[in-house]
Design a protein around this ligand. Structure first.
Ligand code: SF4
Ligand code: SF4
Length: 440
């Protein structure tokens, strides 16, 4: 893991790990207290990992109320013909869809559990009246979120969403106009950086908002500046997601693994420095999730870095026509369409061949991931890339070194006792210690 004093020992099957001082390695590997204590717990850890990987039920839906978008970003996973001339979901149809989802979750989730609906891209605020009507009609049945490009997020929209505690995710790729506008622009080629900054001003002070920055070849060197901008503007959480290379246009802006990892870790370093200087955190959510995968596997919030991933088993995606896909990444790929919300039972769609293709993709059957020590911290994402870019579900995705490097980085932080600075306050609420031996 690249630490001067500690080595990480990992049991790849259970994701159990221990940090061992370099000069104590032979003690740890012998038949001493660590291995004896671990053997007593190993079966329970294996069961927990199994439950996380195979025992969860969907509790969220990525709901696309329109195929259209007012932008034409270069890496978008939705085919451009759909985004430029696709369909909106009529209001009555949207309300009907939410009712069907409510009925489904009532059948499957324990009493009191509140599932999540995230209105997602293309651009959901193009059909704002329908979306807002849905939020009002079902506000006691779902937790709502809206993922938007922010260009239509005016004062009235922010007020409506904030009053109802709707989480708001917006997209921005770089601190300066010149780079940000290379990937995110409208159909005439005009960038939207200025409009996004205006929306960020409106959101300042709201707790439940975040910024997604998609890492590409264009902005890799801007990530540290991006962290500075987001921190300065008091953004509570950001995601710095590597571009998904599912469709050919997004591969045009794919960065190489090693420089992407270097830039990402430098940005994480900067977020730590800013926290030390100001006492205020900017949580980089996707990295925080990797830390959680190590520290408290079942507390993780995102489901790309576990295998099978969350697509089709923790959540699914619904399009404006009601078509259901395991994840938004598959929208537009006919072979991965599992059924239709208006014609089929959700339970049947979840069992369909296309869904099983994704939910059945296991890191244990992928070379070289099946021999990788950190396979349950990484999960070998993403099945959409594996299928579309690399030729099949039993292939790897587009990046490996990036995941390796961030997991090494995470272990170094844990060894130094700095992990809390990268996590949400209260991240461990509801967790419990199941194994403890020795100390730092
Ligand atoms: S790994 Fe890919 S398919 Fe799976 S949840 Fe993440 S984006 Fe979706
Ligand atoms: S993608 Fe790389 S880091 Fe992830 S499981 Fe596979 S070999 Fe390991």
């Amino acid at each position: 893991m690249g630490h001067a004093d500690y080595l990480a020992l990992v049991d790849p099957d259970t994701a159990f790990w221990s940090l061992v001082a370099r000069d104590r390695l032979s003690d740890a590997m012998g038949d001493g207290p660590l291995l004896r204590a671990y053997r007593r717990k190993a079966a329970a850890f294996a069961r927990e990992m199994d439950l996380l990987r195979f025992g969860l039920k969907p509790s969220a839906v990525y709901f696309n109320p329109t195929e259209r978008c007012n932008l034409n970003c270069s890496y978008c996973y939705i085919p451009d013909g759909m985004r430029s001339g696709g369909n909106h979901m009529p209001r009555e149809r949207l309300l009907d869809a939410l009712q069907r989802l409510k009925d489904y979750f009532k059948r499957t989730l324990p009493a009191g559990a509140v599932p999540q609906i995230i209105f997602h891209g293309a651009e959901p605020l193009l059909v704002r009246d329908s979306v807002f009507a849905g939020i009002d009609a079902f506000r006691h049945d779902f937790r709502f979120g809206v993922q938007t490009n922010a260009t239509l997020l005016d004062d009235a929209a922010v007020e409506f969403l904030a009053e109802r505690d709707v989480s708001i995710g917006i997209s921005l790729d770089a601190p300066g106009r010149a780079i940000a506008d290379r990937t995110r622009k409208d159909w005439s080629g005009q960038g939207v950086h200025g409009k996004v900054l205006e929306a960020m001003d409106r959101l300042r002070g709201y707790e439940a908002w975040s910024v997604i920055c998609t890492m590409t070849r264009e902005n890799a060197r801007q990530l540290t500046g991006m962290v500075e901008l987001l921190h300065r503007r008091e953004v509570p959480t950001c995601l710095m997601n590597i571009v998904r290379c599912t469709l050919p246009p997004s591969r045009e802006v794919k960065p190489a693994d090693a420089p992407a990892a270097k830039a990402f870790l430098a940005a994480l370093d900067r977020s730590y420095e800013l926290y030390r200087e100001t006492g205020r955190k900017l949580v980089v959510g996707n990295f925080a999730n990797v830390l959680l995968a190590i520290l408290a596997p079942t507390a993780r919030r995102l489901m790309c870095d576990i295998s099978p991933c969350g697509g089709g088993r923790c959540f699914f995606a619904v399009t404006p026509s009601g078509d259901m896909f395991p994840c938004s990444e598959f929208i537009g790929i006919e072979a991965l369409r599992g059924g239709n919300l208006f014609r089929d039972e959700v339970e049947q769609v979840l069992e369909s061949g296309p869904f099983q293709l994704v939910t059945g993709r296991s890191v244990d059957a992928i070379d070289p991931c099946r021999r990788c020590a950190i396979r349950h911290f990484c999960g070998s994402p993403c099945p959409a890339e594996a299928h579309e870019m690399n030729g099949g579900m039993n292939r790897t995705g587009a990046f490996c070194e990036l995941y390796e490097e961030q997991i090494r980085y995470a272990f170094r932080l844990i060894a130094d006792g700095r992990e809390g600075a990268y996590l949400w306050d209260g991240w461990d609420r509801g967790t419990k210690t199941t194994f403890e031996l020795g100390g730092r």
